[in-house]
Design a protein around this ligand. Sequence first.
Ligand code: FAD
Length: 282
Amino acid sequence: MSQVDLSFELFPPKNPKQEATFWRTVGQLETFAPSYVSLTRGALGASTDHDQVLFDLHQAVSCKVAGHITTRGANRHELSKLLGEWHQRGIRDLVALRGDGEAAADELPDATALVELARELGGFDIKVAGYPETHPKAQSRAADVAVAKAKVDAGASEILTQFFFEANDFLRYRDDCAAAGIDVPVVPGILPIADYQRVRQFAAQCGASVPDRFDEIFEGLEGNVAVQRELGVDLASELCDKLNREGVERFHIYTLNIPNFATKLAENLVREFAPQPIRLVS
Ligand code: FAD
């Protein structure tokens, strides 16, 4: 077994209650010495406090902080200005995304163009998104993987995937990426289930499938948050274990900003994937 290497995804809190749980979660993640923590973002203007949270996070943690940035809601000039401000404030890691909805006339068309822009400005390590089960709007699997390749050719250093629940979906995607000549790490995005019904709805929007056997596992547990979360962590640990057996050593964990949740998964991974002491046989 290998050493585990983790990164964690957070979203900006929207009210004082969420703010409290956000910072509690952040405090707990530090224990795992993550490669970085990332902060999601809506279209520019949709979450005006995003930048302040990003800067506060950068001050608060000892690891790197990656800001998600989308092409939607801002033109090239505004995005350049924003990236300049981030760089000045010490943010050197980006998750460059297209965002959802059609591009306005003056907006960059896709994530590839955003990677190109960030590369032109310089000084950023750029991560991008990938889709083990293919982006729901992609023309084909091959076209989707070709987009991932274009983002890497434009300068991305890592592909973070959409969540998935079957190890084979990820492994097939990793193979397809390798066959397309993608030579940067493809890092699985791991979503521990906190609320099964919500995950089902969300998965349908993202083009991710939920295995039928999960219906049985979560049957009758509506409203039983504690048990659902326990099962969610167990299932995510199992998934990571299968991936680790196939050589996966990096995991990007969606924290959902829930204290004592993603950290349980992280604890399992650190415990299970720690290098075993060498036993001398006499
Ligand atoms: P691209 O790399 O430009 O495209 C990816 C694929 O989607 C390509 O195959 C492309 O052809 C296809 N595609 C996308 N839209 C269309 C379309 N309209 N028509 C045809 N094909 C299309 N969103 C946010 O708003 N904020 C975030 O912080 C955020 N974080 C994310 C983090 C991760 C790890 C992931 C996996 C997704 C995240 N998203 C976020 C969602 C992302 O913005 C959407 O999935 C978006 O639709 C595609 O973004 P992309 O960067 O992958 O796009």
